[in-house]
Design a protein around this ligand. Structure first.
Ligand code: NAD
Length: 476
């Protein structure tokens, strides 16, 4: 597939390609241009050229295009989901969820387009004041491979509705569904150049985009290390940033929780998308009185998970997205073993056998008896490995939950509303769930605190973050 610049399909200037392979089979699915600096510049130019007429459209006109695109995405959701599974690895039912989630986001922003207004302020003898919102101009979005479709929606919906134009750079292992979705937006009436997609490696196409002086804002989702670099680069031209970075979400299960429900929550929370979710449950704290039964049930349920090709009808968990990702997980577990940092009670190795030879499969893994300070708890583990710790009470659980440089999400599982309220008030995180984990509807602002980022996706917050106020004072 080719990049999309100015509404047309384009190869990179020097015709170098990146292969996109199926992580379950190693098969080549397609190739995309390895875009560079110059390609990023062409895309920003195209976005700049489209900017003037796009911002003159009304919010409602822009919203209608998003709405039409959502309709087309729903019509094509099976094909899109299949393509997503082939490039990313996740089970087909998860890809279908994700594609529908993308359509939900576009519809949400189309829906709120009718409710946007400015402010009129009477200033007495000074006259009258008018405050309106105007778009920032050309924005850039750089996204990762774990949820490429959903995260594209988080950027595209508010950026375009606010009247900006956009250059999107997908991750190099998962560009295909993003390009198809951009084409659907173009076919839904988006004028050429309003949304451009450049493919390529982060250090080349990505950095080229962030450095470009024509960009007014960069919205990045990915690792903390890259996020910090992007913030530094963006500061050179005082570009605005949204940074959605890594997380190490705690899940706290109290004695009065519904144990079976919490077990399901932990399994889904950790092993959904093979553990490659920013808000996955990455540390589990269970209160002592129910720990034994909870851990036994969690182990039983985890060992029933069917790991395989995401296109298989019975697959619960697919492969990791790349060999590099699987190596990271294998190394983290090997280090744990070598340093005697915990007890692996299930999993703890790659899957073996003919069906798994060509793919990046890893067993769902549970670890107990974790030594304090183990990297399995202090670092973000982006794969299917769950450390389970016991705690005497909620206070200790909250203290442990907050003992992290991250602050993305957290959940508490309890039937006591005072405990739930205390956890909500005291845990450092952008979102706290009670008796669930992972759910992020488009209405709910989402983002991190502390090391997990700056800014919010979703909701009115995201829309406002892609525009600025402009004020008028009228003397009579
Ligand atoms: P990554 O930082 O390696 O890559 C993300 C994107 O940045 C890719 O498109 C990549 O090509 C690009 N990139 C890499 N180096 C770059 C550079 N120097 N300049 C510009 N662009 C560059 O992250 P990843 O490993 O792909 O993603 C996993 C991480 O993303 C995890 O830490 C996860 O928690 C985080 N994440 C966060 C959220 C959130 O909303 N907070 C959502 C999903 C994933």
């Amino acid at each position: 597939m080719l990049m999309r610049i100015g509404g047309t399909e384009t190869a990179s200037l020097d015709e170098v390609w990146i292969e996109v392979k199926n992580p379950a089979t190693g098969e080549l699915i397609d190739r995309v241009p390895a875009g560079r600096n110059e390609d990023a510049a062409l895309a920003v130019d195209a976005a700049e050229a489209a900017s003037g007429s796009w911002k003159k459209k009304t919010m409602r006109e822009r919203g209608m295009i998003l709405f039409r695109a959502a309709e087309k995405v729903r019509e094509q959701h099976k094909d899109l989901a299949r393509l997503l599974t082939m490039e990313q690895g996740k089970p087909l039912h998860e890809s279908i969820d994700e594609v529908r989630g993308y359509a939900n986001i576009l519809e949400f922003y189309a829906g709120i387009s009718a409710h946007q207004s400015g402010e009129f302020i009477r200033l007495g003898s000074s006259g009258d004041g008018l405050v309106v919102r105007e778009p920032l101009g050309v924005c850039g979005a750089i996204i990762p491979w774990n949820m490429p479709v959903l995260i594209m929606g988080w950027k595209v919906g508010p950026v375009l509705l606010a009247g900006n134009t956009l250059v999107l750079k997908p991750a190099s292992t998962t560009p295909l569904t993003n390009i198809r979705l951009a084409k659907i937006l173009d076919e839904s009436g988006l004028p050429p150049g309003v949304l451009n997609v450049i493919t390529g490696r982060g250090e080349e196409a990505g950095e080229g985009l962030v450095r470009h002086p024509g960009l007014r804002k960069i919205s990045f989702t990915g690792s903390c290390a890259t996020g910090m670099k992007i913030r530094e680069l963006a500061s050179h031209h005082l570009k605005e940033v949204t940074l959605e970075l890594g997380g190490s979400d705690p899940m706290i299960v109290l004695n009065d929780a519904d144990v079976d429900r919490a077990v399901e929550g932990a399994v889904r929370g950790r092993f959904y998308n093979a553990g490659q979710t920013c808000t996955a449950v990455k540390r589990l704290y269970v209160q002592e009185a129910i720990a034994e039964v909870f851990i036994r049930k969690l182990k039983e349920r985890t060992s029933t998970l069917n790991v395989g090709n995401g296109l298989g009808p019975k697959t619960d968990m697919g492969p990791l997205n790349s060999s590099g990702q699987r190596d990271l997980i294998s190394r983290a577990v090997e280090d744990l073993r070598e340093n005697d940092h915990g007890t692996i009670i299930t999993g703890g190795c790659a899957l073996k056998g003919k069906a798994y030879e060509q793919g990046w499969f890893y067993r769902p893994t549970l670890v107990t008896d974790i030594v304090p300070g183990s990297p399995l708890v202090t670092e973000e583990i982006f794969g299917p490995v769950l450390p389970v710790m016991t705690v005497p009470n909620l206070e200790t659980a909250i203290r442990e939950a907050n003992n992290s440089r991250f602050g993305l999400g957290a959940s508490v599982w309890t039937s006591n509303m005072h405990s739930a309220r205390k956890a909500f008030d005291e845990i450092h995180a952008g979102i706290v769930w009670v008796n669930r984990h992972l759910t992020i509807p488009p209405e709910i602002p989402f983002g991190g605190v502390e090391g997990s980022g700056i800014g919010r996706e979703n909701g009115q917050d995201a829309l406002d973050s892609y525009s600025r106020t402009k004020s008028l004072v009228m003397g009579w």
